[in-house]
Design a protein around this ligand. Structure first.
Ligand code: SAM
Length: 267
């Protein structure tokens, strides 16, 4: 799977993408990462990507043209169809279901915003899938993009070993009705620590009984901590955004694009 990241701060990614599961995914050939500095698609000597907001107010707004040119140039670098993802606090809250969906893509192009945000017109024209990592505001989309990459690569075949399979993690493990559950509690040596003991059932060697106990703990934990997960699942849906006034060609679906942009040469 190919990940392209369009950012003003490519250096933020290097250590993260070389470490732990993202690093392992690259090493085993399951993932490749391409970092693109948005300033590469500017034309003035100061490499300007932002300007003051119309109507006044604080902060700066990322301009349309560099982003538009960059997205099309990056898409033209590889023939695989791209799903465009914009990281924004106004997007669909990221869930494991969405991560599972994105992990089936051949290619993700992630756009990390900065400053006050991005000129609305280029968002309308690019029609990305808009994803939020939570109801709080970060300084930029870089950490959310890293979050999405990490969550996605763990699901790619061959990245996690059997011993750390994702299937029993929170949100992937399910009850009989298919609703997501939180993971059960885990314990390791020593058997006693500060007068606290490990539940007896985990020491008895009865694997059937252990599996049942773990499942019951998961259900109970979910009921107590996240009862919302046990409500009817909502379908995956994009953000409620009016259709672009300047159609961007025959696109397969919102947030999903073939690499057929006009293409601006990139290094
Ligand atoms: N003015 C914007 C608003 O209130 O919706 C916030 C802009 S924020 C300071 C700058 C950038 O950080 C955004 O364009 C987005 O890319 C990223 N960002 C901030 N919080 C985020 C979140 N919770 N999820 C995803 N991206 C986020």
């Amino acid at each position: 799977m190919r990940f392209d990241v369009l950012t003003l701060f490519p250096d933020m990614f290097r250590e993260v993408l070389a470490t732990s599961m993202p690093g392992r995914a690259a090493a085993c050939g399951a993932a490749e990462y391409h970092l693109h500095d948005l300033r590469h698609w500017t034309s003035d000597k100061h490499r300007t990507v932002d300007d003051r907001p119309f109507g006044g107010g604080p902060g700066m707004v990322m301009m349309c043209q560099p982003l538009w040119d960059a997205v099309h140039a990056i898409e033209a670098m590889d023939a695989r169809p791209t799903r465009r993802v914009l990281l924004t606090p106004q997007g669909e809250p990221l869930t494991q279901r969405r991560v599972e969906d994105l992990a089936t893509a051949d290619r993700l192009l992630m756009i990390a915003g900065h400053y006050e945000g991005i000129d609305e017109r280029v968002i309308e024209a690019l029609e990305p899938l808009e994803i939020s990592v939570g109801d709080y505001v970060l300084s930029g989309g870089e950490l959310p993009a890293m979050t999405l990459i990490d969550a996605t690569v763990r699901l790619l075949p061959g990245v996690l070993g059997h011993e750390d399979s994702a299937a029993e993690d929170s949100f992937s493990t399910r009850d009989e009705a298919g609703r997501p559950l939180l993971d059960c509690p885990h314990y390791t040596r020593p058997r006693e620590w500060m007068d606290r003991t490990v539940p007896d059932i985990l020491l008895g060697g009865d694997h059937g009984a252990i599996a049942r106990w773990r499942h019951e703990e998961s259900v109970e934990r979910t009921r107590r901590r996240r009862p919302d997960l046990l409500e009817s699942p909502r379908p995956l849906g994009g953000t409620d955004r009016p259709k672009s006034r300047q159609p961007d060609g025959g696109r397969p679906a919102s947030g999903e694009h073939s690499g057929d942009g006009p293409g601006v040469s990139a290094s």
